[in-house]
Ligand binder design. Structure first.
Ligand code: GDP
Ligand code: MN
Length: 402
């Protein structure tokens, strides 16, 4: 199905006078930053960028979260660079780490094996905790209870276009639930079984696709992601009774549906079990997110997280919060609920989205994935130059301020 302008449009074209926004009403929203003390430099880089390009006009509050205690250097430095109010919170053991029903030895052994297999972050216990926290707990933190919307910020991110309108208010006005700016493919080896569980959840809850699920399903041979036939394929070349897809409705084996406690319940991969559907590894890159918290606080999301969690996949595999959020959206939302922030220039470490160099200036006609991976990688050269120039500009600005 096409994600077209029928479902989603850019909120504002061109720059508004942000000073006009100064006295406009604000949404009930905050930035959420999970970080450790040692990441202060990276966090500062992110905060400076957020403030320069958006928050110096809008002054939204920040919530900083940490499984440890933020030290005074961290807190003071942050307070010196933020225009909104700031709260620092500690994440309790009920939201971070192994739940009591997990067999910790099995989990640790699973993580050790992923380290041996050189799976990206697979051997890093804290990374598994972080992914599980962002999948099922951040929105339950007491400091976030009063908020309706959040904007996720990570260390070492950069915005390189001014954001002169209020994205929260526009999300609300347009009835949007979840906003992203980059979609990429996940590393297969980090999530070998994630899709079996997600699609089992969908099936056991009798959820029929509202049109977004297809974004995460590998297209059949001869077809594009949007369901249209590939141009170069002749009609007679397309698979007719391909046995690969004949068993779409076949029920899953019992073991995949089990939800009893304990890590290590993930069985061997059986592609047959996926109702004929195969995960294409696409996910919204969740280090940037602007979303409604009540999506995560909903009964169905909670049941989704619970089922995923009970499978042991946060330990026995290295499920990221990005594919978790994305597949939940796929199962529970429709394309109209999603907003693609195609106008946000954004970079995190090695991947970026640059509207100036991208077809993203136009309304998307192709599905998100093709849109965003395309300019994440292809326009790197032009983006590098733009970013160097921007660095020089702001270095000068900083100099003048002092
Ligand atoms: P990457 O972007 O996937 O390479 O992962 P990051 O290392 O950036 O981690 C994602 C987010 O979680 C960032 O905001 C980190 O600061 C945060 N994070 C990761 N691990 C921990 C941890 O053990 N404790 C805390 N407090 N934050 C963490
Ligand atoms: Mn990161």
């Amino acid at each position: 199905r096409k994600i077209s302008e029928k479902h989603d449009k850019v909120f504002v074209t061109g720059c508004l006078d942000p000073n006009v926004q100064k006295d406009a009403p604000r949404a009930n929203a905050a930035f959420v930053v999970l970080a450790r003390n040692k990441e202060l430099d990276g966090v500062l880089e992110s905060i400076k960028s957020v403030e320069r390009h958006f928050n110096r006009w809008f002054n939204y509050p920040y919530v900083f979260l940490n499984d440890g205690e933020f030290n005074s250097t961290f807190k003071e430095t942050i307070l010196n660079h933020t225009s909104g109010t700031v709260e620092f919170g500690r994440i309790g053991p009920e939201h971070w780490g192994y739940p009591e029903w997990t067999d910790m030895n099995v989990a640790k052994e699973g993580i050790r094996k992923q380290g041996d297999a050189a799976i990206m972050y697979g051997g890093m216990e804290s990374y598994h905790h972080m992914c599980r926290f962002y999948s099922g707990f951040f929105y339950k933190h007491e400091l976030l209870q009063k908020y309706e919307w959040y904007w996720r910020v990570e260390p070492e991110i950069k915005y390189f276009c001014d954001i002169t309108y209020d994205p929260f208010l526009h999300m609300a006005r347009s009835n949007k639930t979840y906003g992203f700016t980059i979609a990429v493919k996940e590393l297969k080896e980090t999530v070998p079984n994630i899709f079996r569980y997600a699609s089992a959840f969908k099936r056991t809850h009798n959820l029929t696709s509202q049109g977004l699920w297809e974004m995460f399903v590998e297209p059949k041979e001869g077809f594009n992601q949007d369901g249209t036939a590939k141009k170069d394929a002749k009609l007679e070349d397309l698979p007719k009774d391909d046995p690969k897809y004949a068993d779409r409705q076949k029920p899953l084996p019992e073991d995949i549906l089990r939800t009893e406690p304990g890590a290590g319940t993930i069985p061997e991969i059986d592609p047959e079990a996926m109702e004929g559907e195969v995960y294409n590894m696409c996910h919204f890159w969740s280090n940037f997110e602007i979303a409604r918290l009540d999506f995560f606080r909903s009964r169905l999301y909670e049941e989704f997280f619970e089922m995923m969690d009970r499978s042991g996949g946060f330990w026995m595999e290295r499920w990221g919060d990005a594919p978790i959020h994305s597949l939940a959206a796929g199962a529970l939302l429709s394309p109209a609920d999603i907003h693609y922030f195609r106008d946000f220039g954004y970079r995190h470490t090695t991947i970026q989205h640059c509207p100036a160099n991208a077809p993203a200036r136009q309304l998307p006609r192709e599905p998100y994935l093709e849109q965003t991976t395309l300019h994440s990688f292809k326009d790197r050269g032009a983006g590098e130059k733009a970013m160097r120039e921007e660095d020089e500009y702001w270095a000068k600005w900083d100099g003048e301020k002092e």
